[in-house]
Design a protein around this ligand. Sequence first.
Ligand SMILES: Nc1nc2c(ncn2[C@@H]2O[C@H](COP(=O)(O)OP(=O)(O)OP(=O)(O)O)[C@@H](O)[C@H]2O)c(=O)[nH]1
Length: 332
Amino acid sequence: MQPAAPALDDRIPVHVLTGFLGSGKTTFLRHLLGEPDFADTAVVINEFGEVGLDHLLVREVSEDAVLLSSGCLCCAVRDDLVSTLADMFEMVRRGEVEPFRRVVVETTGLADPAPIMQAVMSDLRLRRGYRAGTIVSTVDGVGGAGTIARFAEAVQQVALADRVVVTKSDLAEPWRLDALRNDIAAINPTVSQLVSSKAKMPGAGALFESTGDRRPRYLDASDGPLYGRHSAGVETFVVEVAAAVDWPAFVDWLELLLASRGQSILRVKGLLSVAGDSRPVVIHGVQHVVYPPEYLPRWPDGVSGGWLVFIARDLSRSAIENSLPSIFASTP
Ligand SMILES: Nc1nc2c(ncn2[C@@H]2O[C@H](COP(=O)(O)OP(=O)(O)OP(=O)(O)O)[C@@H](O)[C@H]2O)c(=O)[nH]1
């Protein structure tokens, strides 16, 4: 008698998209969600600050992105992820939402992916409907080597990845990319490394496909010194910017701030109203780099005034607020 073929596992894979602050997770995810291969993908986004931006950007391409805010998935809001996934499954079962074929969880930039994957896979309710997917980690082609050298979180994200996407290759010199790829290989010798440019990457459709039968690395990570911990002193705060800003003055202010305090400011992002334009402007700064602004077609529902979120070390909210007045457009 022939041995029975192994039963096909038709549970929904939960993939984790991780990567250090500003390394390009959301940009890459938005691009993927626009590809036909990624139709039927449910997205759960976790952000640090009291206000989230990434889910607003992802909703431009996929209406149903769910935001888990106010804490990091790997340490503070793990239970929220478990109950969100359970609710999503129930809603599909009751026919309240369209079925989905995969879930992608985008973590905060400081997250350890191991406790996230473990929380999902150790919950008996979830295990009936979901299975562990792939861990994909983005690494910033420009600043990645520096963050790997300075932040244990960046090392952990690479160490546990099944695939690494080196982003921003359009901005980085070839020698820098080669050196970074060597750093990544030194941390995780068997990981497959892919390179993307402005979120475009050959073979992106297969990004979350299984990497084979290898025992997942996250299973062995629970006794490591990094498990679910964050580098000391990293804090987040939100600065409200209710009035319209004068664009040239704002750019000068942000460039000066990041040039002088880029070692402290790991990430700044936000949504602003700019004098003379009705569209909200999305702002991105990553360490010393200010990225080109992006316009949203309209203000998202429920959002009116602007704000900036900072993720920083040794930087106070009052220092930022005191320097802000220079950016506002003067009223005629
Ligand atoms: N030129 C260029 N810019 C990129 C690329 N990928 C991302 N960016 C820019 O880098 C900035 C940060 O990208 P995000 O996608 O927001 O990064 P993230 O990892 O989601 O950020 P956090 O969630 O805050 O940690 C944005 O201004 C992006 O437009 C790329 O391949 N090329």
